[in-house]
Design a protein around this ligand. Structure first.
Ligand code: PLP
Length: 387
């Protein structure tokens, strides 16, 4: 059976060149990067090469990068690390209503421990208003965390503009850039951010490795204790293979990015154009232009996302409803509710995300099968008949 993967926002395959780069560090060059002998120094050098590659890629200095176990750890580190370092200064944190759970859950944890959290509303396209941010900042605010691109609806926030506001008020600014790194240009100075999270498996690197960018001079309480790695900011034996893979993935994204933006946004725009002409009663979620080049999200009325996924899966097509973390529960996505959808419409959402190996023929196949699936499910839906 034909297999078509359209779920690159959930995870990406490791690029074969990334795998090749990692391979020697499992056996021949297996040393512990903290060891002083040649084995250790060889691993250490590879890690520092990756650090340099990543820092240049995002316009940072090598010493401003801390490698972590991925996006979730980086997000937790940013929130908890700032909260604990600055709790004497203030106890107020601002974030948005559409963040990933890796932000909203630590935010809720902090709320239970005496911190106040403001969740900024978004408009119907998923955008945070700079004026709302301006008005929400008080003299107790220590941190603002707003994601650069939403993982479900693909909307891109005006991060540089929001960062100007936080800078003017002397408040730390964190962005979860897990969906943007490797997909669109990202520069920490242009974005005016102090902290930035990224994860390798979202840009053709291995799972379980990521980084937190920490602007020089920012005070963060250590999150992982037990070793002096990463200048004492994160204990744990260096994940050499993962870090080498991350560096190689960065290098490949640097090389391919402008072509991939062009080819993926052309396929994205074809889906955005053709889905409404093939299927009545659909709604595009997310901003029409301020969105990731690889993200498409539609609500398809009268049917459930879960049934759509399973029926598409029978044709070998993989996509998503909401985010991979929420789709195993039957709660409607907090992101779709925040942009104003009712529960029923939110339940019928389909996310299609494209990547390095998506071909025009994959989109042809998808556009052939999706209307068949929708027709079949709507024929069984009592809601559809009434309308
Ligand atoms: C995937 C994702 C995360 C979590 O990253 P992991 O490396 O899987 O822990 C966090 N934020 C966003 C926006 C994501 O898409």
């Amino acid at each position: 059976m034909k297999k078509v993967y359209l779920d690159y926002a959930a995870t990406t395959p490791v690029d074969p060149e990334v795998l090749d780069a990692m391979q020697p560090y499992f056996f021949d060059k297996f040393g512990n990067a903290s060891s002083l002998h040649a084995y250790g120094q060889e691993a250490k050098k590879a890690i520092e090469d990756s650090r340099k590659m990543l820092s240049e890629f995002i316009g940072a200095k090598p010493e401003e990068i801390v490698f972590t176990s991925g996006g979730t750890e980086s997000d937790n580190f940013a929130l908890l690390g700032t909260a604990y370092a600055l709790e004497k200064k203030g106890n107020h944190i601002i974030t948005s209503a559409i963040e990933h759970h890796a932000i909203t859950e630590p935010a809720k944890f902090l709320e239970k421990r005496g911190f106040k959290v403001t969740y900024l509303k978004v408009d119907k396209d998923g955008l945070v208003s700079p004026q709302d941010l301006q008005e929400a900042i008080t003299d107790k605010t220590i941190l603002v965390s707003i994601m650069q691109a939403n993982n479900e609806i693909g909307t891109l926030q005006p991060i540089a503009e929001l960062g100007k506001i936080t800078r003017g008020k002397g408040v730390y600014f964190h962005t979860d850039a897990v969906q943007t790194i490797g997909h669109i240009p990202v520069n920490v100075d242009e974005l005016n951010v102090d902290l930035l999270s990224l994860s390798a498996h979202k840009f053709y690197g291995p799972k379980g490795v990521g980084a937190l960018y920490i602007r020089k001079g920012s005070r963060l309480e250590t999150f992982m204790r037990g070793g002096d790695q990463e200048r004492g900011r994160r204990g744990s034996t260096y994940n050499t293979t993962g870090i080498v893979g991350l560096g190689k993935a960065v290098q490949l994204c640097q090389k391919n990015m402008s072509n991939e933006i062009k080819s993926q946004s052309a396929l994205r725009d074809r889906l955005i154009r053709e889905i409404p002409s093939l299927i009545p009663k659909v709604r595009l979620n997310g901003h029409s232009v301020k969105r990731l080049p690889n993200n498409v999200n539609f609500s398809i009325k009268y049917i459930e996302g879960e049934s759509m996924l399973l029926n598409l899966d029978l044709f070998g097509i993989a996509c998503s409803t909401g985010s991979a973390c929420t789709s195993s529960s039957l709660e409607a996505s907090h992101v779709l509710l925040a942009i104003g959808l009712d529960h029923e419409t939110a339940h019928g959402s389909l996310r299609i995300t494209l990547g390095r190996w998506t071909k025009e023929s994959d989109i042809d196949y998808f556009l052939e099968k999706l209307p068949q699936v929708v027709q079949k499910l709507r024929a069984m839906s009592p809601l559809y008949e009434k309308d």
